[in-house]
Design a binder for this molecule. Sequence first.
Ligand SMILES: *Cc1c(COP(=O)(O)O)cnc(C)c1O
Length: 234
Amino acid sequence: MTHNLDNLHARLASVRQSIQQAAERHQRMPETVALLAVSKTQPAVAIRMAAAAGQRRFGENYLQEALAKMAELGDLELEWHFIGPLQSNKTRPVAEHFAWVHSVDRLKLAERLSAQRPDALPPLNVCLQVNISAEASKSGCSLAELPELARAVATLPRLRLRGLMAIPAPAEGLAQQRQPFRRLREALEQLNATGLQLDTLSMGMSDDLEAAIAEGATLVRVGSAIFGARPPRA
Ligand SMILES: *Cc1c(COP(=O)(O)O)cnc(C)c1O
């Protein structure tokens, strides 16, 4: 097998160090920035190695692939986050198997997840995905739709609305990269000013970690910087 897991440990340590340095540079406590290891397309053995190095939170985009890996890794205490686009006819397994969903962008999805969340599990943690760069092709609700969606989702009994998630359009340089993250942070502050209590800004990936942390990310979603380039999807 060509997949290179030899330096996974070193890469994970290096990502943790980048988070710590970015936090310190921007006057933040490093422990207020959680690391979500994005393991989509990576084999279960890679997740097992990251877990052995102390990583507990993992993000997955593809439902069938994620369920297979969860079954294989059932002996580990991991926290699974669904971060990919979600069709409304696929919500049940997400409601049953994940601790978090970051990609809720319409009320119908949220209603189904709430109705399908098993009573034996704690409420499903949810972030609303915002199309922060207003890209025509991208998922996420608009900033204009956000307040009404947030108010409605916050009332659903089996969900716990935690915050906002975004994937901005790629940009070069710290100042450019910070702009969409700032808009997302301001949106969260505005929602909290209307009485919501959101504590999560899910923003920043391998290439724009520092900008996201500078603007208040509480959870960064990092894939390739930990696991290396993604193998093609089978
Ligand atoms: C793939 C993915 C990531 C991780 O991207 P990298 O560039 O590999 O760090 C983060 N968030 C989402 C929603 C993703 O789909």
